[in-house]
Design a protein around this ligand. Structure first.
Ligand code: ATP
Length: 637
């Protein structure tokens, strides 16, 4: 639903409409009351001191004979203005603390998070009183006190919102494009958390109003001769039993104004679904080359491990190399570690996740370990930003919804290739044309929601082509698309590989897709590569029982319609509890005692073919033991 339509929907609900009108009235009153009634509110009438309600003074008079009704009206401006300033301070401080981990990096970020954790543990009122004492009595001190006391809860909200946004693919894409921390914050994160923050600030303003009235009531807030609702309540307290209206009226004003902010914020939050607080290749000379560089290797991965506290090690010792212009597919069941491998290569594994490898190098530049330290982080970022591209599964989340497509494509080029705004934009249009987006000039000025899923995915590939990429990592790039669009995207990847000599690492759970477009296939099981083979041999020459079972599970035209589809029996292994032998042994019909006790290594079984299995199928030894069972499609149906 479009934004305007959402606003209309909110204002059509009884609560939304009522709270909207009430809030408008309160704000209007704060604006005009001092202009219209200051004279009546300050006029001293010594003949009518401390009088009760009368036709002349609807709510009575105070100890100087001033009209309480007009004083309540006029006090609305001070009360609301100070509450809004205090709320703004809370939001700004909360934002600064909540965004600290993004801007300052891991260590300083942890410190900021610890400060927030401690601060939110204190009751807000206690903090407000503490700060009121620190900043001194008076309106200024009270504003600062309430503002700082409110900051921890906004910091917590900001942290939660930022954490949610940081998981989105467009943030990962911007990171790969080498977007700096401040720009990441200002362009990609803040615009996407602005809506919930503003809504929560509106709700928070109601509470701040109440807190402010409390401090003024205690004599810690607004000081005479200025007055706000809290002070009016304090002044009338002594005569509450004689003239209750004079004491109750400012209280009612606080409640009504607070409710207006609260209810309106809640209605908007509900309506908007907002959570509520409760090119160039390796830059010359900048990165040290790896010890032994395979000239044709774009990516070298050796003994890669990815682990998380637990300990859980979903990727445990995988090695592969991708040559120039090569399309390598990675297949395996859900949870086999495919995506984590891609994220580790893209340097996108976040703490507490840990990546280690004996070598992880891209275009000869080490990305991990001691060797990587010699090259600066900025140089590595530039290298990844210009020569590496990532395409994610969900085209809905791959782009920042608040930025136009052209601007998003242009962002990385301006950052790393020193292009002017105009040059970067014209390259963006050119790249959109290259990925067959119709009317690219017009489309570049549109927002992601105006693109179809397939177009967004092609635009994402176009984004990767803004530099001169050597490798595109595509993680399930077609899973969210229908079959026709899927075909188009795969064709585009193939075309780019041919025209631009780009290597592609294509991750998919769909063995058919991988078989169609890849040169080589890595089959992953339980965080290991169990078979590395040419794609042309996937259906006819696979040796690992798991690869065979995967291909046998794909129905084809010969599959009998009256029989159930093939499945691989059993369940994938829990990455926290790997068995001692081969991880597939429990599901393998050919498993022997050796399989259950010894883990097989990935060893060569012919040119460009490696298998990790004690009983590779189709081998001479295996055929001798299983005469007449050559057909691969005799898998576990
Ligand atoms: N942040 C994390 N903390 C702990 N474990 C994780 C984390 N991320 C992933 N894992 C574990 O790693 C395993 C592999 O995850 P990965 O996303 O690489 O699988 P995948 O093969 O890509 O599967 P899918 O096709 O479902 O995405 C998962 O089973 C999950 O249990």
């Amino acid at each position: 639903m479009k934004r305007t339509a959402r606003w209309i929907a909110v204002l059509r609900t009884p609560v939304g409409a009522g709270a909207g009108v009430l809030l408008l009235a309160v704000l209007l009153l704060a604006l005009v009351a001092p202009l219209l009634w200051t004279h009546q509110a300050t006029a001293i009438d010594t003949e009518h001191l401390l009088e009760g309600t009368s036709a002349k003074h609807w709510l009575g008079t105070d100890n100087l004979g001033r009209d309480i009704f007009y004083r309540v009206l006029v006090a609305s401006r001070t009360s609301i203005l100070l509450a809004l300033i205090a709320t703004s301070i809370a939001v700004v401080c909360g934002l600064a603390l909540g965004c600290a981990p993004t801007v300052l990096g891991r260590r300083a970020g942890r410190l900021a998070t610890a400060v927030v954790n401690i601060a939110v543990a204190f009751p807000g009122l206690l903090l407000a009183l503490f700060f009121a004492v620190v900043f001194g009595v008076g309106a200024k001190g009270a504003v600062l006190a309430i503002g700082f006391a409110g900051a921890p809860s906004f910091a917590r909200l900001t942290q939660t919102l930022v954490a949610g946004i940081e998981k989105r693919d467009f943030v990962a894409a911007a990171r790969i494009a080498g977007v700096g921390r401040f720009r990441m914050l200002s362009r990609h994160i803040l615009p996407n958390i602005a809506e919930p923050l503003v809504v929560n600030a509106t709700i928070g303003a109601g509470g701040t109003l109440l807190a402010f009235a409390g401090l003024s009531f205690l004599g810690l807030g607004v000081q005479p001769p200025a007055y706000d609702w809290g002070r009016l309540m304090g002044e009338s307290l002594n005569s509450i039993y004689v003239h209750p209206a004079a004491a109750l009226a400012p209280g009612v004003a606080v409640v009504v104004a607070g409710l207006a902010f609260n209810l309106f914020g809640e209605a908007v939050a509900k309506g908007f679904g907002v959570p509520v607080l409760k090119g160039p290749r390796l830059p010359q000379g900048e990165t040290a080359p790896a010890a032994a560089v395979d000239d044709d290797a774009v990516l070298v991965v050796k003994d890669l491990h990815v682990s998380f506290p637990g300990p859980v090690t979903p990727v445990r010792g995988i090695s592969f190399t991708i040559g120039r212009s090569e399309i390598v597919g990675v297949v395996g069941e859900s949870g086999s570690g495919k995506s984590l491998t891609a994220l580790a290569v893209a340097q996108l594994i976040e703490s507490p996740g840990q990546v280690r490898a004996s070598e992880l190098s891209f275009l000869g530049a080490p990305l991990l370990g001691r060797a990587a330290v010699r090259s600066t982080a900025a140089a590595r970022r530039r290298l990844l930003g210009t020569s590496f591209a990532m395409v994610f599964q969900d085209p809905m989340t791959s782009f920042n919804p608040t930025m136009r497509i052209g601007a998003q494509l242009a962002e990385g080029a301006r950052e790393h290739q020193g292009m002017s705004r105009r040059q970067a934009m014209s390259r963006a249009v050119d790249r959109l044309r290259a990925v067959r987006i119709p009317l690219p000039e017009r489309r570049a000025h549109q927002y992601p929601h105006e693109f179809s899923g397939g177009m967004r995915q092609r635009a994402m590939i176009g984004m990767g082509l803004m530099g001169t990429p050597a490798l595109i990592v595509a993680d399930e790039p077609t899973t969210a698309l229908d079959v026709t669009v899927q075909r188009q995207v795969l064709e585009l990847l193939e075309q780019i590989r041919t025209e631009n000599e780009v290597a592609v690492l294509l991750i998919s759970h769909d063995i058919t897709v991988v078989g169609q477009v890849c040169d080589r296939v890595l089959v992953m099981y339980a965080g290991r590569i169990v078979e590395d083979l040419p794609a042309s041999e996937l259906y006819t020459g696979a040796r690992h029982p798991y690869t065979r079972a995967l291909s046998a599970a794909v129905p084809d035209l010969d599959t009998p319609l009256d029989e159930p589809l093939a499945v691989i029996p059993g369940r994938p292994v829990d990455p926290a509890h790997y068995p001692s032998g081969c991880a597939f042994a429990a599901r393998c019909e050919f498993a022997t005692d050796r399989c259950r006790s010894e883990d097989p290594a990935l060893v060569s079984h012919g040119p460009a073919h490696q298998v990790a299995c004690w009983n590779p199928q189709g081998s001479a030894a295996w055929q001798a033991r299983h005469p007449g069972t050559e057909s691969i499609r005799t898998g576990q149906r």
